[in-house]
Design a binder for this molecule. Structure first.
Ligand code: NAD
Length: 368
């Protein structure tokens, strides 16, 4: 069997810096675990614009469609802020998500014990937290028609439309139930069925998918506003949360902050299975290109490294190896090693991006 393929798109700003550290981890798996990937690297965002005049070349798009998984760093930066909307770096990212039809956005919120003090919540509320928000990414109010600003009588009216088809709800529900089976086997579905028809349909379809095909998974329903409250009151009650595009946008950012730093947060966006059974998939840190620290060796590579761990788990069915990476990160943090964004107390000395990557490789060695 041929090696699984990985397309690496480092992008702009700190993207290439953190991706260099991910490549060390990929190389470690080849050298020490006999797990090798066919890796190719290409341009996205401002870097692609500089070379091709577009933020994603058609050839790169074609490679992404073929790859078993895409790993992306970050896009954007001040040099591109005044470009026409159609060629802004973010358009490259949006094109990838749209053309690969990545409808399920996975945002884990995991609190490493060593960083529990970083949360804005009390330590005992977040220590050991491990939840996953599954957000529908390609439909709902961000895409529904009609939309626009229209004239109505002598004033203007702004309109957006929340719209979900049964099949769109069905496929995101299945994604959530499948994930739950690989984790704590619990799903909480969030909508506003009390005030929105799309919420009523959402609840009905999620329940039907559950009853027909996933009765072994524990399912509960919650109004999204209560969900937001529960996330800050007692987040550990959740395992997988599945919700629509708008509520997911807000709830996933809320959950992310339970864990502290932007430099720690990975994400995955998954689509339908390909012919080989693997889902179309793109993995990327939640953070952006961080122009304020680019080129200074200050970027925390952990979000990007944990994104690769998600690829191991969700694209390549290597959950044990993903856990190995997560444990290595945990060990390095428990040993007190910190990039600048993770420093709490005065007098602590930060380590560099490269040193953090090297320390994780050493921790991986120790795991053998
Ligand atoms: P940002 O995430 O780049 O940075 C926000 C703050 O967090 C900055 O102070 C930055 O230094 C810090 N930070 C982010 N990642 C870090 C890391 N790994 N280690 C240490 N510190 C880190 O968000 P922003 O400043 O709003 O945006 C900067 C650029 O990135 C903009 O051009 C924006 O459009 C783009 N952006 C891209 C993505 C993406 O590629 N997915 C996401 C968000 C923003």
């Amino acid at each position: 069997m041929s090696n699984p393929s990985l397309l690496i798109l480092p992008g702009d700003g700190i993207g290439p810096e953190v991706m260099t550290e991910v490549v060390k981890i990929i190389d470690w798996f080849g050298a020490k675990r006999g797990i090798t990937f066919d890796v190719s690297t290409d341009l996205v965002g401002g870097a692609a614009y500089d070379k091709h005049g577009v933020p994603l070349h058609d050839d790169t798009m074609a490679k992404a469609q073929e790859a078993d998984a895409v790993l992306l760093g970050a896009v954007g930066g001040p040099a591109y802020d005044n470009l026409d909307f159609s060629v802004k770096p973010e358009r490259g990212l949006l094109r990838l998500r749209k053309e690969m039809d990545l409808f399920a956005n996975l945002r884990p919120a995991q609190c490493f014990d060593a960083l529990a003090d970083f949360s804005s919540l009390k330590k005992d509320i977040v220590a050991g937290l491990d939840i996953m928000i599954v957000r529908e990414l390609t439909s709902g109010v961000y895409f529904g028609e009609p939309r626009g600003i229209f004239k109505e009588g002598n004033e203007r009216v702004g309109i957006n439309t929340q719209r979900y088809t049964e099949s769109e709800i069905d496929r995101i529900a299945r994604a959530a139930f499948e994930l739950a089976r690989k984790r704590g086997n619990k799903v909480c579905s969030m909508e506003k069925a009390n005030v929105m028809e799309s919420g009523i349909l959402w609840r009905e379809v999620v329940q039907k998918v559950h009853d027909e095909d996933y009765a072994d998974v524990e399912l509960s329903h919650m109004y999204a506003d209560n969900g937001a409250m529960q996330l800050v009151r007692a987040p550990k009650q959740f395992d997988v949360i599945v919700t629509d595009n708008l509520f997911g946008d807000i709830l996933s950012d809320c959950a992310a902050m339970l864990t502290g730093s932007l430099g720690m947060l990975p994400s995955a966006s998954l689509g339908a299975p390909m012919a080989n059974g693997r889902p179309k998939a793109m993995y990327e840190p939640v953070h952006g290109s961080a122009p304020d620290i680019t080129g200074q060796g200050k970027a925390n590579p952990i979000a990007c490294i944990l994104s690769f761990a998600m690829a191991l788990r969700y694209s390549f069915d290597m959950g044990d190896e993903a856990t190995r990476v997560e444990k290595a990160v945990e060990k390095v943090l428990a040993d007190g090693l910190r990039t600048a964004d993770l420093l709490g107390n005065e007098g602590e000395t930060p380590i560099s991006t490269t040193e953090m990557g090297d320390a994780i490789v050493i921790a991986l060695d120790a795991s053998l």
